[in-house]
Design a protein around this ligand. Sequence first.
Ligand code: RP5
Length: 181
Amino acid sequence: RPTQQNTATTKAPPSKKNEATPPLVLVTMGSDSDLPVLQAGLDILRDFGVPYALDITSAHRTPKYMMRVADEAAGKGIKVIIAAAGGAAHLPGMLASETPLPVIGVPVKATHLDGMDSLLSIVQMPRGVPTATVGINNSTNAALLAVRILGSFVPEYQEKMRKYQLDMEAQVIVKGDRLRE
Ligand code: RP5
C-alpha cells in the first residue's frame, strides 16, 4: 500500500520541490481523525520546503502494516518520523521500537482525558527506545523539531530555521514595543 504524498490535506498546494523530491519526513497517524491536529505541522513542513509523505498506521487496527512501514522507512530515505495518536497512543513508541530513525510523537487530545492519556502513553518510554514527545496537539513543534534534525546535515534547513528564529524574535520585540508605546 503506497503512502500518500503531500496531497489535498495541506491548505495550499504542495511546492514543486515537494512533488519532485523523495520524502524526508514521514508523517503518520493512528486515525484520519488525527489529521486536523497535524495540519499546522504539515503547513510548517510545506513552508520550509521539506518533502514529506502522509500515512495512517494504527498500532491497534493495522499493527502488521505499522511495523512494515517502520521497518522500511529508513531504506526509503526517510530521515524523521512524526507520529500522531490519541488515547492509548502506542503508535510513536511502537514505530520507535522498530525503526532506527528519530520518532517524534504528537499526543492528540482525542478522548475524555484531555490528552493526558495520549501524552503519558507516548512520553513514558522504557530505557533504550527513545521517542521525542511534543505537547498535546502541538504538531507545529513536531515539524519544527523535524526541520532542526534535518538541519543538522542539510545546511539549507538549518539556515531556514535560523531565519525562522530571527523572524519570531523580531515579531515579539515589535509586540513589546507596541505595549511600551
Ligand atoms: C487513536 O484513537 C487515534 O490516533 C485517534 O486519536 C483515536 C481515535 O480514533 P478514531 O476512533 O477517531 O478512529 O488510535
